[in-house]
Ligand binder design. Sequence first.
Ligand code: 9MR
Length: 434
Amino acid sequence: MRSAPFTLLLSAFLCAIGCSDGGDGGAGGTGGQGATGGTGGATGGTTSTSTGGTDASTSATGSATGSTSASTGDATSSTGDATSSTSGTGGTGGGMAVRTPAASASTLREAGEKANPPILIGAAISGGGLNNGDYKRVAAAEHSYVTAENEMKWDALEPNPGQFSWGAADNIVNWARSNNMKVKGHTLVWHNQLPGWANSLSGATQVEQAIRRHIENVMGHFKDRIDTWDVVNEAVITNSDTGVGNPRMRPSVFFNALGERFIDLAFQIAREQDPNAKLYYNDYSIDALNDKADFVYEMIKGMVERGVPIDGVGFQMHIGPPNNEAGGADVAANLRRFADLGLEVLISEMDINRCSNQVTAEEQLEYYHDIVEACFVMPECTAITFWGINDGRSWLNSWSGALCNGQSSQSLLFNDQYQKKETYNKVMDALMGR
Ligand code: 9MR
């Protein structure tokens, strides 16, 4: 499952739809930033690659979401200034700009902050991890963006109906903010990690009320601290977790009671709570071109066309067992079609599992480089989050489908002594345009 020479394929692909060179970005125009309110802090009106062609006349998709606020202007980190919002150039027309790498950087975070436009570099952070000094040091030095690995899921936040427990989540959010890191809320509506009481809800009214109460309370609690949210997570399944075979809506307490409309409903409630927040759909094994990615593409396209307030799509990018493999060129093509809907795209949970050698060491390095590059070059790709810091803490080590049987998945960028691995160097290369 190795990809073809990526740079060649990428440039052929770029030229097929506009061939802008990325140097000054002016010629091609931005295409679609404005449609969703300026793709967060990462894009927008700097002297960047994304400034050209701001003629709104190229707008094809326009603002389906209505969330034109460019709210997260300060989002990108301590540099922050590069974020003045766009006025909505909108649409898919008019060529494509390319992100410019930093001239120099000594951490991933700095490479992201100094790129033009900037890009957030994230990690899943666990409460347990924050008890370790090395973990905290590496996490804050190398990343500008935080997703709580488990502490903001429904079972953690609302263990009893209407009774909320904020301590563990507050701990992570406050730590992140004290290190100038932005936080993404993960996740408002998900079939997994639900408390028992939620799984026994039945009937449309009960389920709708529970969704509303949960979203209102959670977004309300974090209102001044979090303005990007995974609103709905993993609503689609296929026969295999690799994203192949009979894609369909996943049965869940939400889907069973409300049908597919639970997704629109969740986004609408979230938008009512925070008109300026960035609202994302997030899923695994939709990273490249497969049955599940096609199905989710049609689903998201429908949402955009109906005016559902969605701002972006998170591609989890769990590569290797139990999930899909994806080469850089296919990831690039897939991200591009979603971005052309006028949406942000994000790599939201990246790791590459080496267990059982289904992904060889050489392939792992190639994937890390080429997939990160595929996102990095696109101004619409606003963040790259890795699902953990060091190998020893990876969820894959103990996940049965991951075929690790307790061994290390060797899936991340740091070893258990918190030293950089070769995977780190490949990611850094991609962020620096090498
Ligand atoms: O990393 C998380 C792990 O500790 C939990 O046991 C698991 C339970 O479902 O969830 C893991 O995180 C998942 C994320 O929230 C959503 N996408 C898939 C991630 C890996 O399973």
